[in-house]
Design a binder for this molecule. Structure first.
Ligand SMILES: [Fe+2]
Length: 180
């Protein structure tokens, strides 16, 4: 059976991440996503509702935040996942902003660890191949969720912000390797 998400029972101090997400001086390092032909249909759908998706990669910003507690904690939680040392985790860590509805889509990565920071108040949703809703979950604490399965957040109306680490491995492979 397909696993769509797993809640992660760990209480992170999100305040440094919220500060980074709100830091106006980091504005130049945020990138608008869904560029390129592959994502054109999704981008067009989002443009029709004035919605957008952008991200900030820690590795792109001039300050080095690798000593934040969150990266030490992630290093412990993901210690059994091959090559997930602190430097690697930092190199793939991102903050995402979604403004408006995010239509059903599939990511290139297989699953993602996500910590809600602000505005994550409508459900994450999963769909079958015919875009029928099959499951939804509003997360107000960290989760690991299936991103290769078709998903979206079509009820999002404002701006939602979350911290994420993506995995090439499937959620079925990652779950048994979590040290939590
Ligand atoms: Fe996605």
């Amino acid at each position: 059976m397909t696993i769509l998400y797993k809640t992660i029972d760990y209480n992170f101090d999100i305040s440094p991440l919220v500060d980074i997400a709100e830091d106006n001086t980091l504005e130049p390092y945020w990138k608008l996503l869904l560029q390129g032909p592959k994502y054109e249909p999704l981008r067009k759908t989002m443009a029709s509702t004035n919605s957008y998706l952008s991200n900030l990669k820690f590795r792109d910003i001039p300050q080095n935040y690798i000593d934040l507690q969150i990266f030490a904690e992630c290093e412990e939680i993901f210690a059994k996942i091959p090559d997930f040392d602190r430097e690697h985790i930092y190199s793939i860590a991102q903050i995402f902003k979604v403004s408006g509805p995010l239509p059903p889509h599939q990511d290139e990565r297989s699953c993602a660890f996500s910590i809600p920071l602000m505005g994550v108040d409508t459900p994450l949703q999963w769909y079958d191949n015919n875009n029928n809703l099959i499951e939804e979950y509003t997360y107000n604490s960290p989760i690991l969720f299936n991103t290769i399965h078709k998903h979206g957040s079509t009820l999002n109306s404002g701006q939602r912000i979350f911290f994420q680490i993506g995995f090439k491995q499937s959620i079925q492979e990652v779950i048994p390797l979590l040290s939590i």
